[in-house]
Design a protein around this ligand. Structure first.
Ligand code: SF4
Length: 408
């Protein structure tokens, strides 16, 4: 049974699992940004006029903190130029005119022997461009490699505690055996005997399904977790599974843990068993501006404008486009920006959902202190922020805030 973490909140989750998952029709052009990860951006490996195949590597950077990017359709490269990036700014992207053939360029699946070899698995994870697909986008091979010898507990994050989002839940329901195999590979690469899959109890159907497949056979234990936001925070997952506390400013690896997301484990399966690089994922589309909210398999490089059109268009003008969940998501600034590997959700909010209060007045009731999962004192952080007193902000450990939004 999972341990409880202090603080947290119970927002209205507004989840609507839908099975089977629908598909966003691939667009006429995909725009593949060269930066879809934390670290050094890739340099294009192709030039205008080249023909590329689906899954083909089209961008690479040999820097240690980086991950290659791949084509999500087959077709002709028609431009390599700065394009709007979902995280803001203009970033170099390879634009591919879709020939709608999906002609693939797959890697050879790993052999049985290679699947027992941590180095072979890690090399494949890197080559396939696998990154933290919960949203952090840190290169996964590096994350696992950095923990070898230090980490005794591998945790798979299946909390999916953000309102709206249910792509992980649907991945569990639609690909349970593949997920367990992906976790097994991550566990072998990490060099640990057992992995723990923490899943919030509001996904009981997925917990039952995964348990029915004898997870112990894959070296996996399913751990049902309490439903409380932000259960999916890495430090909360570590607490829930091991009862260990990550020190302020520390990382899970500092207490012998590594945490990877559900969708990342599935990407590891696809890379090793199917030879597929990361070019698509299930994304949750929601918000009251959309005519038909849906969970849909979507190619990397699909513009938000195309996605909205495929979801029946807008019934109201969106005021804000939120990437990820409403608690921790960030705002996109252009409908021409595209979804990338770390995009778990795209929410088109109207003023109904986006209720800002101008110049809010804090009356120091202290409720924010009771819900902060990091034991911080947001009331004082707010006070010193308004005074622009950065020394005091530091003293109140502002850098330990991971912007979960519970205090808000
Ligand atoms: S201070 Fe930061 S970590 Fe604490 S509740 Fe607020 S947003 Fe979350």
């Amino acid at each position: 049974m999972a341990y409880k973490f202090k603080g947290g909140v119970h927002p209205d989750y507004m989840k609507s699992p839908q099975t089977p998952v629908t598909v966003i029709a691939p667009p006429k052009q995909v725009v593949i940004p060269m930066a879809q990860h934390i670290g050094a951006p890739c340099k294009p490996l192709v030039k205008v006029g080249d023909y590329v195949k689906m899954y083909q590597k089209i961008g690479e950077n040999p820097a240690p903190v980086s991950a290659p990017v791949h084509a999500s359709v087959s077709g002709k490269v028609v431009a390599i130029e700065p394009r709007p990036h979902p995280l803001g700014d203009l970033i170099t992207a390879v634009v591919i005119e879709n020939d709608f053939q999906d002609t693939p360029e797959l890697m050879e699946p790993l052999t049985e022997e290679q699947m027992k070899d941590p180095e072979a698995i890690l090399q494949r994870i890197r080559e396939a461009g696998v990154v933290g697909m919960g949203g952090a986008m840190f290169p996964t091979a590096l994350k696992i490699r950095g923990g070898i010898g230090k980490v005794d507990t591998l945790i798979i994050n299946g909390a999916e505690c953000e309102p709206y989002l249910n792509g992980d839940h649907l991945t569990m329901l639609n690909f349970p055996e593949q997920l367990l195999k992906g976790i097994q590979l991550a566990r072998i690469a990490q060099g640990v005997e057992k992995a723990y899959y923490g899943i919030e109890k509001n996904k009981q159907d997925a917990i039952d399904l995964l348990n029915s497949l004898d997870p112990a056979k894959y070296g996996v234990e399913i751990v049902p977790e309490n439903v409380k936001y932000p259960q999916g925070g890495e430090k909360m997952q570590v607490k829930a599974i091991t009862n260990r506390e990550v020190k302020p400013g520390g990382l899970p690896s500092g207490v012998g843990c590594n945490v990877i997301s559900t969708r990342t484990a599935y990407a590891i399966y696809q890379a090793c068993y199917e030879g597929k690089s990361v070019v698509e994922r299930i994304v949750t589309y929601g918000g009251s501006a959309l005519a038909a909210p849906v969970n849909a398999l979507t190619r990397v490089g699909t513009s938000f404008a195309h996605i909205a059109e495929q979801c029946g268009g807008f019934v109201k003008t969106p005021r804000k486009i939120v990437l990820g969940g409403p608690m921790m998501g960030i705002c996109a600034t252009s409908l021409e920006a595209v979804n990338i590997k770390g995009t778990a959700g795209v929410l088109f909010f109207t003023e109904e959902e986006d209720k800002n209060i101008e110049d809010p007045v804090c009356i120091r009731c202290g409720k924010c202190i009771t819900v902060c999962p990091m034991n911080l004192e947001p009331v004082y952080m707010y006070l010193y922020y308004t005074k622009r007193d950065f020394d005091m902000l530091e003293k109140y450990h502002v850098t330990d805030c991971f912007e979960c939004g519970s205090c808000t």
